[in-house]
Design a protein. Sequence first.
Length: 576
Amino acid sequence: MLAAAVLDLYPGVKISIGPAIEDGFYYDFEFPEGVTVTDADFPAIEAAMKKHIKAAETFEREDVDPATARARFLAEGQDYKVELIDDLVAGQVHGDAKTTEAVDSVSLYTNGPFTDLCRGPHMPNTKRIGAVKLLSVAGAYWRGDATRKQLTRIYGTAFFDKKELNAYLELLEQAKARDHRKLGKELGLYYFSEAAPGSAFWTPAGTRVFNELVRLSREMGDPRGYTEVKTPQLYDASLWKISGHWDKYRDDMFLTETGDDRPMGFKPMNCPGHYELYRQTKWSYKELPVRFSEPGLLHRNELSGALHGLMRVRHFCQDDAHLFVTEDQLQDELTACIEFAKATYDLFGFTDADIKYELSTRPENRLGTDEQWDLAEDILRQALESNGLEYEIGEGGGAFYGPKIDFHFTDSLKRSWQLGTVQIDYQAPERFDLTYTGADNADHRPIVLHRALMGSYERFIGILLEHTGGDLPLWLAPVQARVLPIADRHNDAARAIAAQAAEHGVRVWVDDRTESTGRKIRDGELAKVPYLLVIGDREAEEGTVAVRARHEGDLGSRPAAEFFAELGQAIAGRER
Ligand code: ZN
């Protein structure tokens, strides 16, 4: 419909491809020399689309031999269609359709005056499109090839009726306001710079949030028997050859070499480093399970086009752990991993409705015996069930080395994000020759569990910002209370109050700028600070604070000591 409308309005335009994507569609055009299309042109294009919709044009399918179709598009000057047909005939990849077999017939769809090359299927007629809206325009290379001509890509969406469209547009507006890239800047948490593409620069406030999450991982891991380790960033290529990364993952790694020409790779995952560390000790069965945790810094060579704020970065830190367990311990350890995950998510107020647990089972290409897979899948199932969790099955979605449970989070805008994972791995112990000494004094293979709960801290913070709209839980807020002296003569009292707050473990900042109190309150609200504490004559004299709570509003005057004791307790208990 979009291509038909654009052809109506811009004679001489060349049309290329226009697939459906999540929540909509796009079409790539080469406009005639000197023609630039912007979103100011959308109303006219939409009006032309609506004409076709109103005409209730039937979509007629026609299967023709490629030569006939080619001649037709050649005559129309539609070079991109000609190229697509040539590739289809040669059996080459076409757009999102991975065609590998040469075709001897292609399908054309015609509605009204317009015919396009399309695999289909289509709806019966144009009238079925109830509501349509163009959303944005961007440059895009033909087939992503930067040596080819840059095309104009127009994005849009369509629904069966206007009500559905409006609900979607509303959600889109909310998403814009909650975009973590926007919030991160407004709240002064982190920045991105061309000085280090794809890597965040964390400000003191952002680092505070980041470190609080790392502290949480440590505080929850300690009583659960996790021991923290530190492993290197840069490893000899021989290690990546053993792990299989050199063959399968090298394109995604940052590589370098030492002065004596030794190839090295920055770690994209912590696992091999932990195996290497495990191997340095002769373990007895009495010492297992061994649970290595590491807030490990990782680097992955993501394409610049794939980078997206904190959600997809090149430099990030995972709440990673590897557990080395005996077969007998597998069930208990997995159950404990799931309990750990649930306890973590509970702290952020994520409910069972927010988190989806998915058990991914054996893929077609896999290592290990069927008995091993039967057992491992069964154990994962039991771990979920004994924690009383509902779960979905991802048939064939497991890793080649073992089945796994993934934790998916659905945010307030109904988008799904993968947080953590728990994976059983029988293969790593073989590859790295990991052993422990059993009760029989013989060497045995441990089983490895890979485990991350928040996933990457970067991504988790991005998700939290979007989910909460920047209203982080009290315990996580970089500044938990701002003290606002009304006049300069209240500054000393404000500082004394702040010192008192700090003693109770409250992160506090005194806003002693020469601004009006109204302005200070407004700025504190914009910064989404949980508590604003106003200090005037009366408060300075009585040792009280006038409390404005972010969510509850004006709480009136409270004795400072009593208020901070309560607040300190709520923070220490990570209450929400
Ligand atoms: Zn791992």
